[in-house]
Design a protein around this ligand. Structure first.
Ligand code: SF4
Length: 394
């Protein structure tokens, strides 16, 4: 969070130095001195408005560095949602993508007004857009007692029809729990196929360690395509199967931290299981686990396989260590659609607010205009059950 006592000029100078040091290779040419002064001016106004509106500003790891500097908390979507809930914040400006703001609303309920700074289309996500409701209906018809394990990167409606919500930290353990609780029943893991395959392999391994052998076909991975979107995050997908090997060849002394959504994740896990990549070299981690791992690891150099916004946070928190993005192209245009201009409008004009409605609209296509977006109350109530089941697993 910015220091209010800083003069705009001091802040601009500080940011110019900070961003030049930690972000010049990530966003070449973006942080000129003039740009940093302009951002600093806007930041001071954002801070003033946030105080006036009693708003807590939180930002996802993948946002531009200036958001890391103005936010009260930077983190992943669930971590930020629980932070706001614990704080009992009257208002939050959730700087990320739309489904994350919606998840925060589902978790905080009526206690907190939740705002995002653009529409669900602009602040989109290829995983959300890739979910085919008709196909899911059909899967449920074909598997009437099937269990849906849904990654948190999904819309409110999909969460509402799911049995369990899961994260990149715990999907394997959620699958294990579901397999033990509902033996012999089909489990569908959605919507990210790369994360799904890694978590399936790890769940089978964990079950094996407990002496439970499960038919692998009982764990199905969502692979549908809807429109231009596949069952994958388009940003992580482009980190292809060979990316990990190439990065390790070029940096023999580095540790590899891989987000399970990456296109290289399942092939890399396979190589680790076969001993082709040493266990001590490659770690499959959520973004928060990357921070934890880098802090305790004896390694001095890390290759970071996820959206490159994460690299700024790692470098800032651990300046004594070296963090290399696996791909300069790993940038999410949906996350980067957030900017200070939009946040200022959002704070001044109180939009776009995510609100509960009394089931006035279709949960698959909820009402929205340029000021509000609905979440039908019954969908929110059903979605929170899947989140609570996940929390009970730990
Ligand atoms: S990085 Fe991928 S999963 Fe995350 S918001 Fe962007 S498109 Fe969605």
């Amino acid at each position: 969070m910015i220091e209010v006592s800083s003069s705009t000029r001091e802040l601009g100078l500080r940011w110019h130095e900070l961003f030049s040091r930690h972000a010049e290779d990530l966003y070449p040419g973006r942080y000129t001195a003039n740009k940093c002064f302009e951002l600093a001016e806007q930041a001071v106004e954002i801070h003033r408005l946030a105080e006036e509106k009693e708003s807590t500003i939180v930002a996802h790891n993948y946002l531009y560095p200036e958001f890391h500097e103005i936010a009260e908390k930077v983190g992943d979507s669930l971590g930020l949602s629980f932070y706001v809930q614990k704080k009992k914040a009257p208002r939050v400006d959730f700087e990320s993508v739309f489904f994350m703001g919606a998840t925060a609303k589902i978790i905080t309920g009526n206690a907190t007004r939740v705002f995002v700074s653009d529409s669900p289309d602009v602040l989109g996500c290829s995983l959300v857009f890739g979910i085919d409701y008709d196909w899911l209906d059909d899967w449920k018809r074909r598997n009437p007692d099937g269990i849906l394990v849904t990654y948190v990167n999904s819309d409110a409606y999909t969460k509402s029809i799911s049995d369990f919500i899961a994260t990149s930290r715990n999907t394997d353990r959620v699958i294990v729990h579901a397999a033990k609780m509902f033996p012999g029943r089909k489990i569908l893991v959605l919507p990210d196929k790369y994360l799904g395959y890694v978590m399936k392999a790890r769940a089978i391994e964990l079950l094996g360690e407990e002496g439970i052998n499960i038919d692998p076909d009982l764990i199905e991975i969502y692979e549908q395509k809807k429109g231009q979107y596949w069952a994958a995050c388009h940003v992580h997908q482009q980190i292809g199967p060979d990316a990990a090997d190439i990065a390790l060849l070029e940096n023999e002394d580095a540790e590899l931290m891989i987000h399970p959504e990456c296109g290289c994740a399942s092939s890399c896990l396979y190589k680790v299981q076969k001993g082709e990549i040493p266990h001590s070299k490659a770690y499959f981690l959520s973004t928060e686990q990357m921070i934890e791992r880098a802090k305790i690891s004896p390694a001095k150099k890390f290759i970071v396989a996820t959206e490159k916004g994460m690299v700024y946070r790692l470098r800032k928190e651990m300046p004594e260590k070296e963090f290399i993005p696996i791909s300069a192209k790993a940038e999410c245009g949906f996350m980067k659609a957030n900017n200070f201009d939009k946040l200022l409008v959002s704070l001044r004009e109180d939009k776009v607010e995510i609100v509960y409605c009394d089931d006035c609209c279709d949960p698959r296509a909820p009402y929205r205009d340029d000021r509000i977006v609905h979440i039908p109350r019954s969908a929110a109530e059903a979605a929170i059950k899947g989140i609570s089941r996940m929390l009970a697993i730990g």
